[in-house]
Design a protein around this ligand. Structure first.
Ligand code: AVI
Length: 342
């Protein structure tokens, strides 16, 4: 089994100089090596409802497919969020305040942080956190070119697990998390609460969180966004099987599965599944996993919130929604949260 092209599964425990971007990249020791990934995958495939963690979508091909999805007519999320950012980044920068260090969770490109950083008053530092070293190199380079004076401290880590933040210079008056793209929607409510706690810990007193939240809307529109005519989302979903084959020595035959994405109203989320079209068996790291025809692997949740539901979730996590920005059609929102008082 070769090393993954973008550090998806194995992570090195060192502080390394990134000569390309000319910045120091911290990498986290977090128990997410190949052994832990194999265990996690096998455990998911042995549950009555088989499942796989959606973070495995993002190898090199998966990341390319996701980029393609973001540009699709049906996938309104990226367009709507970029529209809000371009129009309202000045107000968001004001909410973040002067001398703020911005920590981006899951930073695969600089395009969302840039409009903010360009408008923030004396940004103290930018800390992009991503599981892919390749993404981090690109982000650090792009930010370095556009904002040469800004301190950039990339961290290569799986943000769904605890990781250490680098020491920031003493100039940061406060820290704020940035979590765009509706990735919060890929977390269950319980995981979202854990994430809020971790951000609160990382950002400390006076910290904040600017988060992109996809809003509940017509179910046909939601389902179309995850069942595009070109089949990019289907290819993205099926690609997870090739990742497991390559990284964990599994022998999935992707041709025996088909993509399914449907809205689950009880959970207010799109669920992505891979449906087995025949009874067959697969080996994953020496363990046999049997499939019935029609049985599914649950690969992703994409929660859709009303503004009220999200405010209630934030409150459960000790956070208060201070500002909300939406596009004119109210498809998507960016929300600024701070620790609730008292
Ligand atoms: C990354 N994440 C916010 C995307 C979403 O819409 O939940 C992932 C995705 N899955 C299928 N299409 C896009």
């Amino acid at each position: 089994m070769g090393a993954p092209p973008n550090g998806l599964i194995t992570q090195q425990v060192i502080e390394a100089m990134n000569p390309k971007a000319g910045v120091s990249v911290s990498t986290a020791a977090d128990g997410s090596g190949a052994g832990a990934n194999l265990q996690e995958s096998v455990a998911g495939l042995r549950r009555p409802q088989k499942s796989l963690p959606c973070k495995y979508f993002y190898d090199e091909r998966g990341s390319r497919l996701f980029e393609e999805i973001c540009g699709l007519e049906e996938y309104y999320l990226t367009r709507a969020e970029m529209g809000i950012l371009d129009a309202r980044a000045g107000e968001m920068a004001e909410a973040l305040g002067a001398d703020c260090a911005l920590i981006e969770y899951g930073s695969s490109s600089a395009r969302k942080a840039l409009p903010l950083l360009e408008r923030m008053e004396r940004p103290a530092a930018f800390v992009p956190v991503d599981i892919s070293m390749h993404h981090l190199e690109r982000v650090a380079q792009e930010i370095g070119e556009r904002l040469p004076g800004l301190a950039v401290h990339p961290v290569c880590a799986d943000f769904s697990l605890p990781f250490a933040l680098p020491h920031l210079n003493g100039r940061a008056a406060r820290r704020a998390g940035f979590f765009p793209g509706s990735t919060i929607g890929n977390l269950t409510r319980k995981e979202a609460l854990q994430f809020f706690r971790r951000v609160a810990q990382a950002c400390g007193a006076g910290g904040g969180l600017l988060v992109g939240v996809d809003l509940m809307k017509d179910v046909r529109r939601l389902e179309a966004a995850y069942n595009d005519r070109r089949g990019a989302t289907a290819a993205f979903n099926l690609n997870i099987l090739s990742v497991l084959n390559r990284e964990l020595g599994a022998d999935f035959r992707p041709g025996l599965f088909r993509h399914r994405a449907r809205f689950n109203p009880a959970e207010s989320r799109i669920e992505m599944h891979l449906v087995s079209t025949a009874a067959h068996a697969v080996r994953v790291g020496g363990v046999e996993v049997r499939f019935e025809a029609g049985e599914t692997i649950h690969t992703e949740n994409c929660h859709k919130y009303t503004l009220g539901d999200f405010a209630a979730l934030a409150a459960q996590g000790g956070l208060e929604v201070r500002k909300v920005w939406t596009d004119p059609a109210r498809l998507f929102s960016l929300q600024y949260l701070e620790a609730a008082e008292g």
